[in-house]
Design a protein around this ligand. Structure first.
Ligand code: AMP
Ligand code: GLY
Length: 435
C-alpha cells in the first residue's frame, strides 16, 4: 500500500520511519517532509494547509492511507475533506479537533463531562478580562490563554496583576495571536508534575500509549521561554499503574464517550496534557495528534506494526489490537538552532548524524533540516531529535548524550538535563525503589 504522511517535524520523521518498516507498505510519501524523510520516503512539496493540493495528490497517486501529523490541517478540516473524496485518512474531523482548536470548547466540554481540570473564567472582551483580573478570584500566579492555535506560545503564566493585565492587553488589544485573541481564558495556576498521556482512539475504543514527559522551556532546569519542546522521555513509572488507571477512568473514557455522545467521535491520537497536582490529576490541555517531541521516544518503544494500528483506527476495530511496548526507557534530546525560539540562522551544514546512530540503539530524527547536494543543512528552529533507549533511565540518558556529542552544526543549542528529574522517581526502570 501507499501511505502519505503530512507534516515536516521530528514527529513526522518518526511516523515515516515507523510506517516505512511495515510489511504492508510499498511506498511512503511525506508532505512537505524534511531532510530525514527525504532519505526514507518521497518528499512532496505541498504545505500542510494546502488542502486542495493534498487531496489532488492523494487522488492522483491513489494513496491508500493518509496520516496527519500536525494540528493545523486537522483544525482546518482536512479529514472531512479527504473523506468527502472517498480517501482513507487517520485523524479527527474538524468537529473533534475543536478539543485543541478552541481551549474554550475544551473547557466547556470538560465541564459537561466532569473531566477534572483547572478552574477558569472565559472572557469575551478586554473589559471583562481586566475586571476578572482586578477581582483576583483565581489568585496569582494566573494563567492567561488565547483561545486558538498559537503554536504553543498562547499561554502566559502571569505572576501578578500587572503581568496578567499586560498579557490580556497583548492578546485582546494588540492581537499578537490574531483571531486567537478574540476570547481569552483565565485559569487557576496548578502546581505539580506534568506528564503527557497519549491514546489511539477509533471513536469508541481506545488504547493508551506509554506515558511520556516533555521539556517545554528552552534552558536547563526549566528556565527561559516556552518552546515547541526541547526534549522528551518515556518510561514506565512517569505515571504509576494506579495513576494510569485513574487517568483512563476519570479523563480518557469520559472524553472519548463524551465526544461520541455529542456526535463528534474522536478518531486518531488524543493527547492529554496532565498536571499531577497535590489535589489530584487534572487536564492542562488536549491535543488532537501525537506530541512533538513525545512521538519520537514513544514510537521508538512501540513494537507493533504502526500501520496495523492506524488501519484499525480507520476501520474502527481498535478493540482487536493489543499494543506491545519495549520495556526500555527512551530519551529524546532536541538539538536546536542557537537563538530558537527567537530568531536563528539557517543553512548550516550538519555533521555527525551517522556517528551518532553508530552509538547503538539511537535514532536521529530530523525536524528543521533539508538536503543540499545530498547533505543535511539546518532549515528550522528545532533541527534534530536524537533518540536513544536503554534498559534503565540513567543508561538511556548516558547513551543519548554520547550520541548528541557526535553531532555538530552552527549555531547549536540543546538542554543537558532531559529526563534527569526522573532519576529518583519511584517505578522508573533502574531507580532504587521499584514502584
Ligand atoms: P497548554 O498549551 O494549555 O498546554 O499550556 C502550555 C503549558 O503551560 C503547559 O504545558 C503548562 O506547562 C503550562 N500551563 C498551562 N495551563 C496551566 C495551568 N492551569 N497551571 C499551570 N501551568 C499551566
Ligand atoms: N510537545 C507538546 C506538543 O506537541 O504540543
Amino acid at each position: 500500500m501507499k501511505v502519505l504522511v503530512i507534516g515536516s517535524g521530528g514527529r513526522e520523521h518518526a511516523l515515516t520511519w515507523k510506517i516505512g518498516r511495515s510489511s504492508l507498505v510499498d511506498k511512503v510519501f511525506c508532505a512537505p517532509g524534511n531532510g530525514g524523510t527525504a532519505s526514507i520516503a518521497e518528499n512532496v512539496s505541498l504545505a500542510v494547509d494546502d488542502l486542495p493540493g493534498l487531496i489532488q495528490f492523494a487522488l492522483d497517486r491513489s494513496i491508500d492511507l493518509t496520516v496527519v501529523g500536525p494540528e493545523l490541517p486537522l483544525v482546518l478540516g482536512i479529514v472531512d475533506r479527504f473523506q468527502s473524496h472517498g480517501l482513507s485518512v487517520v485523524g479527527p474531523t474538524a468537529a473533534a479537533a475543536r478539543l485543541e482548536g478552541s481551549k474554550i470548547f475544551a473547557k466547556d466540554f470538560m465541564k459537561r463531562h466532569q473531566v477534572p481540570t483547572a478552574a477558569c473564567e472565559v472572557c469575551n472582551s478586554l473589559e471583562e478580562a481586566l475586571g476578572y483580573i482586578r477581582r483576583g478570584d483565581l489568585g496569582f500566579p494566573l494563567v492567561v490563554k488565547a483561545d486558538g492555535l498559537a503554536a504553543g506560545k498562547g499561554v502566559v503564566i502571569a505572576e501578578d496583576r500587572q503581568q496578567a493585565e499586560s498579557a490580556v492587553e497583548r492578546m485582546m488589544r494588540h492581537r499578537v495571536f490574531g483571531e486567537a485573541g478574540d476570547r481569552v481564558l483565565l485559569e487557576e495556576c496548578l502546581r505539580g508534575r506534568e506528564a503527557s498521556f497519549l491514546v489511539f482512539s477509533d471513536g469508541e475504543h481506545f488504547l493508551p500509549m506509554v506515558p511520556s514527559q516533555d521539556h517545554k522551556r528552552v534552558f536547563d532546569q526549566d528556565r527561559g521561554p516556552n518552546t515547541g519542546g526541547m526534549g522528551a522521555w518515556s518510561a514506565d513509572g512517569i505515571l504509576s499503574s494506579e495513576e494510569q488507571r485513574e487517568v483512563v477512568q476519570a479523563i480518557v473514557r469520559p472524553t472519548i464517550r463524551g465526544m461520541a455522545a455529542e456526535g463528534s467521535p474522536f478518531r486518531g491520537v488524543l493527547y492529554v496534557g496532565l498536571m499531577l497536582a497535590p489535589g489530584g490529576i487534572r487536564v492542562l490541555e488536549y491535543n488532537v495528534r501525537l506530541g512533538d517531541p513525545e512521538a519520537q521516544p514513544v514510537l521508538f518503544r512501540l513494537e507493533n506494526d504502526l500501520v496495523e494500528v492506524l488501519q484499525a483506527i480507520h476501520r474502527q476495530t481498535l478493540d482487536s489490537v493489543r499494543l506491545r511496548w519495549d520495556s526500555d526507557c527512551s530519551v529524546c534530546v532536541v538539538m536546536a538552532s542557537g537563538g530558537y525560539p527567537g530568531k536563528y540562522p539557517t543553512g548550516g551544514p550538519i555533521q555527525g548524524v551517522d556517528e551518532a546512530e553508530a552509538v547503538g540503539q539511537v535514532k536521529v530524527f530530523h525536524a528543521g533540516t533539508r538536503l543540499q547536494d545530498g547533505q543535511p543543512v539546518t532549515a528550522g528552529g528545532r533541527v534534530l531529535g536524537i533518540t536513544a533507549r536503554d534498559t534503565d533511565l540513567a543508561s538511556a540518558i548516558d547513551r543519548v548524550y554520547r550520541a548528541v556529542r557526535k553531532v555538530r552544526f552552527e549555531p547549536m543549542h540543546f538542554r543537558s538535563d532531559i529526563g534527569r528529574q526522573g532519576l529518583n522517581w519511584r517505578g522508573v526502570p533502574g531507580n532504587l525503589q521499584p514502584g
